[in-house]
Design a protein around this ligand. Structure first.
Ligand SMILES: N=C(N)NCCC[C@H](NC(=O)CCC(=O)O)C(=O)O
Length: 445
């Protein structure tokens, strides 16, 4: 049966802002307090989705979350009317207010870990929402993420939805950003590579010294168990702690894979040789290891340009293309590297550059903005079809953004109670466009 990998991109939410919330994420800290452009951000994301659709790819959309998260603010002790809650939070704890307004659910590579049916013991597609415990603003996401995934993949015959792992740093889980699947064809059993940053229960093992390691091996193992993966098809590899300390807060900032291609920086992993040998052993076909040396591109340039936070996609004609941010085009050594890469003997034959700068300024490249779900034809038909992009859906969503989104937001604007009603009105309409039902708390009260 024909199989395909669908990219489900996160729609940027109406409260997109720059709050400097992510220690260890260089762009987030560098752009803290900048004026954001929510309308432009959402349109940049939609333009990337449309471009992939126009290349003949199947493209999906995941809804953003309800922000400001008024329930979280109330849980933290702010009370009264919505206006009172916002104003008191702004005066007493502005960082909490901005955290509760973050549109961070746009980075759907962190929404969940997904295992396709070819890999799982019950031959169903498994989803585990990421608990994102390491950052407060992101820890607010998993419950609604679960609701949105259930509404998007709403067929129990094909899709299994697990609860996110316990909300505790021991089980810190960042989803697909630390998970790479390699395979021959999408519909055939592949290997699932879980990259972790530290051991939660063994402090004698290597870990970064400066910045947090967000993903633990204990979390990765739990997800693999939940998904019913075979040990012989699963690999756990530790991220090099030194690169985490240089701003590589997720493995997808330094490595990316697609089918039989693994594209990575030489400093990405600990014990690289053993890891690559393990990959070769476990794969049923030859693997193209595309390793970038530090002498070709420095780790700093990787972090600044997101060379590895690119999407590698297989086009309908079987050739692969890299979907890169404009930052890669603008950096001479990265551009030179990519120009050469497409001439080498690998399946990667094209590089296409897109402007996703509003997301990049918070440390989210093209690959952060999408969750990959490999499905066969029957499973694709079982997906909520309203969440798949076509020309009409693209224009409906663009008009929806035009109607509801602000041009600009500053942190000072987050205290405005109108933002709550604007955001709810927009999301309520979106749930109708995407036929999601009542996935948000404000719709359930
Ligand atoms: N690499 C992947 N897959 N995702 C990128 C996530 C970026 C996100 N940035 C933020 O959450 C910044 C928000 C702010 O500072 O306003 C994060 O650090 O978790």
């Amino acid at each position: 049966m024909k199989s395909t990998e669908v990219n489900f991109d996160g729609l940027v939410g109406p409260t997109h802002n720059y709050a400097g919330l992510s220690e260890g994420n260089v762009a987030s800290l560098n752009n803290a307090n900048d004026v954001s452009n929510p309308k432009q951000a959402a349109k940049q994301g939609l333009a990337k989705m449309k471009a992939l659709h126009d290349m003949g790819m199947t493209q999906g959309v995941l809804a953003p979350q309800e922000r400001p998260d008024m329930a979280a603010l109330r849980r933290l002790g702010f009370s009264g009317t919505d206006a009172n809650v916002l104003e008191t939070a702004f005066k007493q704890a502005p960082t909490l207010l901005s955290a509760c307004c973050s549109a961070s659910s746009m980075w759907t590579a962190n929404a969940a870990t997904v295992s396709p049916s070819a890999d799982t013991s019950d031959q169903k597609v498994h989803f585990t929402p990421a608990n994102l415990t390491n950052k407060f603003h992101r820890s607010l996401e998993p419950e609604t993420t679960g609701n949105i995934l259930k509404a998007t993949f709403n067929n129990e015959a094909h899709f299994v939805h697990h609860q996110h792992l316990p909300d505790n740093e021991h089980f810190g889980d960042e989803g697909a950003a630390n998970h790479t699947r390699l395979c021959n064809r999408y519909g055939e059993q592949g290997i699932e590579i879980f990259t972790y940053g530290r051991y939660a229960f063994n402090r004698n093992m290597p870990m970064p010294a400066k910045f947090p390691a967000r993903q633990t091996i204990e979390a990765s193992r739990a997800v693999a168990r939940l998904h019913g993966l075979e040990n012989s098809q699963t690999i756990y590899v530790q991220q090099n702690p030194d690169v985490i300390d240089q701003g590589v807060f997720h493995n997808d900032v330094i490595a990316v894979g697609n089918q039989n291609v693994l594209f990575f920086h030489e400093q990405a992993f600990l014990n690289t040789e053993t890891f690559l040998a393990d990959v070769s052993d476990k794969m049923s076909c030859d693997v193209h290891f595309v390793e970038v040396k530090t002498s070709q591109v420095s780790v700093e340039d990787c972090v600044n340009t997101y060379l590895f936070n690119t999407q590698i996609i297989t086009l309908p004609n079987g050739e692969m293309a890299i979907i890169a941010p404009m930052h890669c085009y603008e950096n001479a050594s990265v551009k030179a590297y990519l120009d050469e890469l497409v001439t080498l003997n690998t399946p990667i034959k094209h590089v296409k550059y897109y402007d996703v700068n509003e997301s990049m300024k918070n440390g989210g490249g093209p690959a952060c903005l999408r969750l990959r779900v490999a499905v066969n034809e029957t499973e694709l038909n079982a997906v909520n079809q309203h969440c798949l992009l076509d020309d009409n859906k693209f224009s409906v969503l663009n008009n929806w953004v035009d109607k509801h989104y602000r041009e600009q937001l500053t942190l000072n604007d987050l205290r405005d109670p109108n933002l709550v009603s604007e955001s709810r009105t927009a999301l309520d309409e979106l749930t109708q466009i995407l036929n999601l039902g009542s996935v948000y708390r404000f719709q359930q009260n």
